[in-house]
Design a protein around this ligand. Sequence first.
Ligand SMILES: [Zn+2]
Length: 473
Amino acid sequence: MRKKIYAVLFCITFLTASFITVQGSDIPNPNIKQHFDLLYKQIIGPIPGEMKNDELPIRYEITPSFEVYYNEPEPVTLDDNIIALINQVDEELLLNYLENLTAFGPRVTGTSACEEAGEYIYNEFVNLGLEVRYQEWENGGFSGKNIEATMHGVDNSSNEIYIICAHYDSVSTSPGADDDGSGVAAVMASAKLMSTFLTYHTVRFVTFSGEEQGLYGSLHYVEEALENNDNIVAVLNADMIGFAETPEDASYVKIFEDEESEWLTNYTEDISQQYNDFIGIEVIPSGYSWGSDHYYFWQAGYNAIFYFEYNYNDYYHTSGDTIEHMDLNYAAKNSKLILATLAEISELTTQQSPNKPVKPNGEINGKYGEEYKYTTITTDPQNDEIFYFFDWGDGTDSGWVGPFDSGVTVEASHKWTEKGSYSIIVKAKDTEGHESEWSEPLSVSMPKTKIINYFSIRFNRLFTLLDKLISIL
Ligand SMILES: [Zn+2]
């Protein structure tokens, strides 16, 4: 049924667009396309933000300066860590953020309420131990701050960046609970829960201001990202994800995409299906919409999707956009979907380094000047190849030897040049440079001469024999 409606709407839109094309022959082609997109969206759904048609952000042209590079994500499979992660998202967690955010009053960009809300978000990120910064912007007579918290990926060889974002400003007439307290709560909950894990790739939790004036905060963010050649692979933008009219409606979420970002919609759809028992949301791919902070990422050639509630919210930009009019259970379900998508695509993990190698094994009563072999073994959680480093206890070491396959016994040899007792320890690192802890030490004794050595070995054997005898008697 939905498809039929869309088909009809598409026809209406197409006819309207054709009409414009025919009538407005003085309009250059690119504008017609933009006009077409805009009409299309106005018919099938509301557009967040209070930008007027003649204030379209299209007036800022961004030219991508480089190609984003990324490895195709693995097919989505159920992951116990991610289940544990999203099971912690609940109404209570979101309510806490929403109450704090709405307590500042309308968070209009440039006002002290908006400033204080920004400080609140900043401090929450800092308390999680994340790397946090303000990014200041100025545009169209407005100025404001974006807040960015970064979780660096454990894979040093990856420059892939994944972003979850929302806008923390609101319009003057509204407490901005759903628009976009709901999205900010999803970002803050994701930061809180993900910061107890690790990810392979870098994740950024970003909240923008200036959205309601014309996507100013995100425009500045994207410009700087391009200047820095940031390899942003995916942007998950949450703007109004907490309103539903009926429990039935609360089981759908709309996703807006551009053509290049379609793979991301498919990806989050796979997540919703695989994790259906833990989320309970069905994705409704809804085509193109420029009306939120993902827009300039698209302009810049980055891939982004826009999560948006299924129903039109009648309280949108009114004093009625309060927590009371939200469906917090729906907000929690959408937050879980976005968080699971982010965690899976950035490759959530609990540990990156190889396990602690076993205590070295080899001769413990040798003599100096002779070479002895010692073995150890460990595994890497990701099955990466492993290098080993033996510290011989005499100020020398083996250097990094390897790499060897995970779970294979390895051997290194050493010759002590002076009499003494030494303790050998060994550590491991994977091919990405993540180091393990040091092993338990193996104590070895290297007596002075062959004769002393001879006797020390004999005595040792004698003592062992005596021990056995005593235990038998
Ligand atoms: Zn919004």
